[in-house]
Every structure is written in C-alpha cells, then in structure tokens.
Ligand binder design. Structure first.
Ligand SMILES: *[C@@H]1O[C@H](CO)[C@@H](O)[C@H](O)[C@H]1NC(C)=O
Ligand SMILES: *[C@@H]1O[C@H](CO)[C@@H](O)[C@H](O)[C@H]1NC(C)=O
Ligand SMILES: *[C@@H]1O[C@H](CO)[C@@H](O)[C@H](O)[C@H]1NC(C)=O
Ligand SMILES: *[C@@H]1O[C@H](CO)[C@@H](O)[C@H](O)[C@H]1NC(C)=O
Ligand SMILES: *[C@@H]1O[C@H](CO)[C@@H](O)[C@H](O)[C@H]1NC(C)=O
Ligand SMILES: *[C@@H]1O[C@H](CO)[C@@H](O)[C@H](O)[C@H]1NC(C)=O
Ligand SMILES: *[C@@H]1O[C@H](CO)[C@@H](O)[C@H](O)[C@H]1NC(C)=O
Ligand SMILES: *[C@@H]1O[C@H](CO)[C@@H](O)[C@H](O)[C@H]1NC(C)=O
Ligand SMILES: *[C@@H]1O[C@H](CO)[C@@H](O)[C@H](O)[C@H]1NC(C)=O
Ligand SMILES: *[C@@H]1O[C@H](CO)[C@@H](O)[C@H](O)[C@H]1NC(C)=O
Length: 306
C-alpha cells in the first residue's frame, strides 16, 4: 500500500461513514449497548488506520462492522511496519485492555490521551522509535500491569506519577535516553516484580543518576531488577531484606559506591534474599572489604560478579 498522506484520514473517515450508512449489518448500531462508544471507537481506529504504510498481514481488515464495538478490548499490531505517530485519538478507545504496538516503527511521542484508556492492563510499545517524555498522565492508569517501553528513544525524567501505577507488575524502560533521579514514588509499587531500567540484553543508554531510591525496600514483590549501564551513584541504602523473591539483581556499570569501607554493608540485607540467583555489581566504585554476610548468601546463587 502506498503512503497515506494526512488528508487521507478524512477521506477514510468519510468513506467509513458512507459504509456505515449502507452497512450490510443494519442491526449493528442498534444492537450496540455501549452508549456513545461506537462512534468514538471508530474514530480512534480510523486514526490509527491512517498511520499505516503497510499492512502485510491484513490485520486491519478485521476492523469491520461484524465485530461488535464492545468486544474491541485488545489491539494487537505487533511485528508490523506501522509508522508515523500514535494518534491522540487512541484515547477514545477507553475500553481497551491490551495495547500491543511493539516491534513497529511508531515515531513521535507517547500520546498523553492514552491515559483516558483507564481499562488498560497491558501496554506494549517496545521496539519502536518513540521520542519525548513519558507522559505524566500515564500514572492514572490504575489497572496497568505490564508496561513495556523498552527500546525506544524516550528522554527526560521518569515522572513521579509512575508511582501511581498501583497494579503494575512489570516496568521495562531499558534502552532509552531517560535520565535523572528515579522518583521515590517507585517504592509505592507494591506489586512490582520486574523493573528494567538498564541495558538488559540490548544496547542503548539510559542515564539515570543519583542514588537508588531507598523506597525500593518496599517493593516487596520484586523478582528482577536490572539497571546495567546507567549512571547511578552513591551508597546503596536499599534494605533488600524484605525483597524475598528477588532472583535477578544487576547493578553493573554504574557509579555506585563511594569508595568507603562500609559501601557493601547492604550485603547484610541482601543475604536474606534466599532466591537470589544472579548478582552483578561489577564496574562500580564500591570500596571496603567483602562483608562476612556473603557467606550467608543464597545457595541458589549461580552467577556472582563483583
Ligand atoms: C470482518 O472481520 C472478521 C474477522 O477477521 C472476518 O471473519 C469477517 O469475514 C469480516 N467481515 C467482513 C464483512 O469483512
Ligand atoms: C463479544 O464476544 C463474545 C465472545 O466472542 C460473544 O459471546 C458476545 O456476544 C460478544 N458481545 C457482543 C455485544 O457482541
Ligand atoms: C499482546 O502480546 C502478548 C505477548 O505477545 C500476548 O500474550 C497478548 O495476547 C497480546 N494481546 C493481544 C490483545 O493480542
Ligand atoms: C485528548 O483528550 C482531551 C481531554 O480528554 C480531549 O479534549 C481531546 O479531544 C483529546 N484529543 C483527541 C485528538 O482525541
Ligand atoms: C522485536 O524486535 C527485536 C529487535 O529486532 C527482536 O529481537 C525481537 O525478537 C522482536 N520481538 C518479537 C516478539 O519478535
Ligand atoms: C535520541 O534522542 C536524542 C534527543 O533526545 C537525540 O539527540 C538522539 O540523536 C536520539 N538517538 C537516536 C538513536 O535516535
Ligand atoms: C499521581 O502522582 C503524583 C505525583 O507522585 C501526585 O501528585 C498525584 O496526585 C497522583 N495522582 C493520582 C490520581 O493519584
Ligand atoms: C551488561 O551490559 C553489558 C554491555 O554493556 C553486557 O556485556 C553484559 O552482559 C550485561 N550484563 C547483564 C547481566 O546483562
Ligand atoms: C515503606 O512504606 C511505608 C508505608 O507506606 C513507609 O512508611 C516507609 O517510609 C516506606 N519505606 C521506605 C524506605 O520508603
Ligand atoms: C548468617 O545468618 C545467620 C542466621 O540468620 C545469622 O545468625 C548470622 O549472624 C549470619 N552471619 C553473618 C556473617 O552475617
């Protein structure tokens, strides 16, 4: 399909209204019990359609009158060649529960109106070309469980409102250009299991600075924490003792530590993480001697890099 210029949006819209009027499914509109949802959903879908360059798998052909609007709960557009921006109209899809747009070439900013999609459970925007800040408004998505923004070029600070994502289990921000201090509010995420801030297995560069927030001590469900290759500094004041499920802790290639003798005193609490398997603290500025508590480390440990 050829490139669709902007005015095509209106053109499609027009066409769509025509098709609606002459719909082979005349009962559709009448049967829709989602009051005033139908037209706004259509507008949103059309706006997304207008971003399409290629649709090799014919994914968009299923957006037709035979699918009831109330059942448009998921949008899976992974692994395509969509590009251009994610339109603000996405906010009209307020019943949307799953949004998978990863592995495309979406550019521009994350639309702040996404915050209107208050039913969202999954937000997968990884592997695109998104830029700009993470919108503060996203913090209002109380049902969000998985947020994957990795492998884009998002910049600026992580908004403190991220601490309002009370259901979030997985937050993956690796491989972006984010920077600055991590907000303390992150410690409010009691359901957090995975926190990926670093390189993970890819290349790219977040430059988070400042100390790891002590409030992470409260993220008691944390399983994996990875901030490989960022720019965190200072003593580690996190009390790991309550993070009993933690199995992956990679803090490599930061500027953590002060060179002082008690830099590794956090080992005492870390030794209470009985499920720890991967620990990588290499390439930092830790001083002092290895505390005796290392003898108490989890017998699950399979990889230890200091
Ligand atoms: C609408 O999409 C569904 C799902 O892909 C398909 O089975 C159906 O044939 C389509 N209907 C029309 C009229 O295109
Ligand atoms: C939504 O989908 C379900 C399962 O496919 C179906 O049973 C139900 O009738 C649909 N709802 C509407 C309003 O069409
Ligand atoms: C989104 O992607 C995940 C992982 O690939 C998949 O399990 C889920 O079913 C997808 N959601 C939708 C609505 O397609
Ligand atoms: C974005 O959301 C605002 C506030 O809800 C609304 O006024 C505006 O129309 C929305 N923009 C689009 C393009 O849908
Ligand atoms: C997405 O793209 C990346 C990089 O090209 C690739 O490694 C990854 O496997 C892709 N994801 C899926 C689900 O195919
Ligand atoms: C990422 O964005 C920054 C501006 O925030 C820009 O300077 C840089 O070139 C971008 N990187 C890539 C790989 O596009
Ligand atoms: C979200 O978080 C911010 C900053 O942490 C706070 O000021 C705001 O009141 C919160 N909003 C909601 C809706 O909880
Ligand atoms: C950390 O990032 C480096 C690349 O800079 C990579 O070689 C290393 O394997 C990563 N460590 C982990 C544990 O992912
Ligand atoms: C952990 O949470 C409790 C209760 O919300 C709070 O009083 C305490 O200050 C938090 N601890 C840290 C280290 O942030
Ligand atoms: C190892 O753990 C035991 C039991 O929790 C504790 O009594 C002991 O002091 C610890 N040893 C070190 C060196 O931390």
């Amino acid at each position: 399909m050829a490139y669709l210029p902007i005015f095509f949006h209106l053109f499609v819209l027009h066409l769509f209204i025509i098709t609606l009027l002459h719909s082979p499914f005349p009962t559709f509109a009448a049967a829709c019990t989602c009051s005033n949802g139908i037209e706004t959903d259509r507008l949103a879908l059309l706006a997304i359609k207008a971003q399409v360059i290629k649709d090799p798998h014919g994914i968009l052909s299923s957006w037709n009158d035979s699918l009831h609007c109330c059942n448009w709960t998921g949008l899976n557009l992974e692994l395509n060649h969509f590009h251009n921006v994610i339109p603000q109209e996405i906010g009209h899809l307020f019943r949307l529960k799953y949004l998978n747009l990863s592995n495309n070439s979406f550019s521009g900013e994350i639309p702040s109106n996404l915050s209107v999609c208050s039913s969202l459970i999954w937000l997968r925007l990884g592997f695109n070309k998104l830029i700009g800040k993470i919108p503060f408004q996203l913090g209002s998505l109380q049902k969000l469980e998985r947020v994957q923004l990795h492998y884009n070029n998002l910049s600026g600070l992580l908004p403190s409102s991220i601490g309002n994502l009370s259901s979030v289990k997985s937050l993956s921000l690796a491989v972006n250009s984010l920077e600055g201090k991590i907000p303390d509010s992150l410690g409010r995420l009691k359901n957090l299991e995975f926190l990926g801030l670093g390189l993970t297995f890819w290349y790219g560069h977040n430059l988070f600075t400042g100390p790891l927030p002590t409030s992470l001590s409260n993220a008691s469900n944390l399983l994996e924490f990875d901030t490989n290759g960022s720019d965190f500094t200072g003593k580690i004041t996190v009390d790991f003792g309550g993070l009993t499920s933690l199995w992956w802790l990679v803090l490599a290639s930061n500027s953590l530590g002060t060179g002082e003798a008690d830099d590794l005193s956090f080992f005492n609490s870390l030794s209470r993480c009985r499920n720890l398997q991967i620990l990588d603290l290499s390439d930092n500025q830790f001083g002092g001697v290895l505390p005796n508590s290392i003898s108490n480390f989890s017998n699950q440990l399979v990889s230890l890099r200091l």
